[in-house]
Write a protein that binds this ligand. Sequence first.
Ligand code: UD1
Length: 424
Amino acid sequence: MDSILVTGGGPLNGTIPIAGAKNACLTLMPATLLSDEPLTLTNAPRLSDIRTMTTLLESLGAEVSALSDGLVLAMSSHNLNGNRADYDIVRKMRASILVLGPLLARHGKAVVSLPGGCAIGARPVDLHLKAFEAMGATLELRDGYVHAEAPEGGLRGGVVDFPFVSVGATENALMAATLAKGTTTLRNAAQEPEIVDLAHCLQAMGARITGEGTDTITIEGVDRLHGATHRVVTDRIELGTYMLAPLFAGGEVTCLGGKRDLLEAFCAKIEEAGAEVTETPEGLTVRRGTGPIKAVDVETEPFPGFPTDLQAQMMALLCTAEGTSVLEEKIFENRFMHAPELIRMGANIDVHGGHATVHGVAKLKGAPVMATDLRASVSLILAGLAAEGTTKVSRVYHLDRGYEHVVAKLRGVGAQIERVRDDG
Ligand code: UD1
């Protein structure tokens, strides 16, 4: 197992290229199951989660070739020979559930393992299943698997009224509805940029979709979808993570490919805390103002609100802010596992249920800490950039799921960071 060593120090200056979005790519890849013609994705991120989805698609009979050093994924599902997603793969990555909608739409049948619990909360999939029921599917839970079957003649359009916003359930329902008979309406749909990106890809494949990016999406089913080539949208979470780096360490960093409309609520919040953010055709440039970072209150919300996937990184920043900040986590019930690790570095944080109160301290100190999930791990690296001495972040396999070349990207702007192999 590897660890990352990061030593706090001087300012960071330069540019960081931002990759294609992991979360967009993980829903765009299963879209290949909807057509017997090839789907090619460009600007794909090089991550272990993408390799896990590749393995899953291959287990269903799809062909996936990673070209141009993994930046291009050429996929074909002309020869599907399976409709079962096994526990062994699904347990590694919850997004595996996203093959259910496409398989059900194309084959009329699918058996997919339930993802089970995960580090940041219970995360059930009931909303996904309710959406398929609204399209006429029958569902049965047996032996830890969802057995789904479309009615005679295939899925039919229906009205899906989500009781609360779910990104994954919106994606699954959207994909399934493209091949359903008749019109499907998704109400209280997620509006995330990754949903808009998926809709654009499906439209390029011949799907009839309107309303993407709003809370009501309408899909008129078609008989078949054709091949397409699609560029994966910029990863707004990687973007937000690196935009924070100069706020920890000082300096000025330009995130290439960044756009403010992907992260408006986040940009407004870091400006309130003392950042200067400038948008240029090249990307987003962030500079730390002259004064200290100021305490701010943060509530995570579905898009366009402040993203839960940037909450850990923001908490790390607020550890050394002037004053007291309150962070409220409204999406996942158990997403403060980074707090005890930050406390090991000298932070002063109280967690009560869905709230964390962060009392700013003058300085963090380097310490051995442990990554508990993907975003928590990167928050510890960011904290290390501002800490006195060296921070050792272990269990970095979490990081490899969602950040490509993190050491090279941060070194490129002057950070003291290296990856080491643990002994034994
Ligand atoms: C996606 C993202 C994840 C991000 C999250 C919220 C991917 C691969 N992952 O996850 O990085 O943190 O959106 O922006 O895109 N829920 C239910 N029942 C369901 C589905 C969800 O109760 O059937 C709950 C979840 O437990 C959670 C909330 O709804 O509390 C939102 O989850 P959801 O938007 O579905 O997140 P994911 O799609 O899993």
